[in-house]
Write a protein that binds this ligand. Sequence first.
Ligand SMILES: Cc1cc2nc3c(=O)[nH]c(=O)nc-3n(C[C@H](O)[C@H](O)[C@H](O)COP(=O)(O)OP(=O)(O)OC[C@H]3O[C@@H](n4cnc5c(N)ncnc54)[C@H](O)[C@@H]3O)c2cc1C
Length: 425
Amino acid sequence: MKHLILGNGPAGVVAAETLRKAAPRDEIVMVGSEDEPSYSRMAIPYLLEGNIDESGTWLRKTPDHFDRLGVRQLRGRAVAVDTQQGKVLFADGHFETYDRLLVATGSHPVRPPIPGVDLPEVQTCWTLADARAIASHAKPGARVLQLGAGFIGCIIMEALAKRGVSLTVVEMGDRMVPRMMTPKAGGMIKRWVEEKGIRVVTSAGVERIERGDAPLLVSLSTGDKLPCDLVIVAAGVAPNVAFLDATPVHVAKGVLVDARMETSVPGIFAAGDVAEAPDLFTGAHLVSAIQPNAADQARVAAINMAGGNGRMPGVLAINVLDTLGLISTSFGQWWGDPEGQGVEQVDEAAFRYLSLQFKGDVLIGATSIGMTQHVGALRGLIQGRLRLGAWKDHLLEAPQRFFEAYLAATQPDATARRHPVAAFA
Ligand SMILES: Cc1cc2nc3c(=O)[nH]c(=O)nc-3n(C[C@H](O)[C@H](O)[C@H](O)COP(=O)(O)OP(=O)(O)OC[C@H]3O[C@@H](n4cnc5c(N)ncnc54)[C@H](O)[C@@H]3O)c2cc1C
């Protein structure tokens, strides 16, 4: 049996290692399209901060790790798949056959169609090559404009601040991280960032980037014109699926998979940022673009590729952000449900915030700011779809008691569950 893995990021690597364990005699080929060893994109901010060197981003530190596992590594960009004959065509013209195929090609950053977006001082922050380019421009005192204040934008902000640049962030939404945080939470993160000396312009877009003396001149929809040394585009990503265009593999935004991580074509699997798997609550397909999810999905895909029987529980959206030291989280259906109930608790001065969203007596989503203790309990309550019973009403009154509610829900004989009022006393 020959297993072909497209992609050598976290999903590809975990799949190769799992396959080797599960199928000691099978042939395994892992293909990466970048001229780098397998590395972790989430280490890039630490590289930019100077906390690690490039080898610190490598997913496996021993140079012969994959050779010793008997995993053949190839460089190449898949451009087409023949699902009838079981072969993949690469950009350099060579073919590779497969019995089982794993699509673990991740995603790529999107450059919005803005005049000047392809100038050399306009960079995305996605690959090691991007990180090298950013490091060469983002010197102390450099004027940097970051387009987008989403997940990646917030993560790299700290690294940029530590490099001593003068940073302006421009975000189309009315708050920071609008696709992951409630309006209140996104507004609090904005205020925190501004207090750290970063200029944040929300509800605004970049209209044009042109050569100027700076060397760039960036025009905003607000009418502002900002001289810049570097523009970083962090305006969203799109899954790498183009090579599947002429195949019967069902693709929406990403590659659609079932709970076994198998696509609509038997024998072809997908995992990681490229995969859209069923959501825990709604069953609707969802890309969960975080590294732990990539590893979990890859493990399940590989078990099934080797003939085993692995299943993923539904995907739970998990967002954990450290924005210049302010920790924020959102889980599940954090925006709530029209038929559900919710509660918000805000302490603006202390930068603390909690929002809980319920459907029936089940917690379906939560958002927090400034909480480092016990937030795992929020995830546990949501992921376990734990029935809260009388605790639901008590949490609507006092949401900060969620950890007690979690203990009560996970310890069936706990008196707190049976007597929540007493527990509040
Ligand atoms: C700056 C930054 C910070 C991040 N921080 C965090 C964080 O703090 N926490 C977190 O959980 N996640 C973080 N992430 C997200 C995390 O890196 C991704 O979720 C993770 O990399 C997904 O792994 P993957 O293997 O699915 O995809 P990738 O890591 O993107 O790997 C995909 C691989 O496929 C290859 N490939 C692409 N197209 C083709 C093709 N056509 N043919 C062959 N090979 C191809 C690529 O070369 C690449 O090696 C961060 C991402 C970035 C960019």
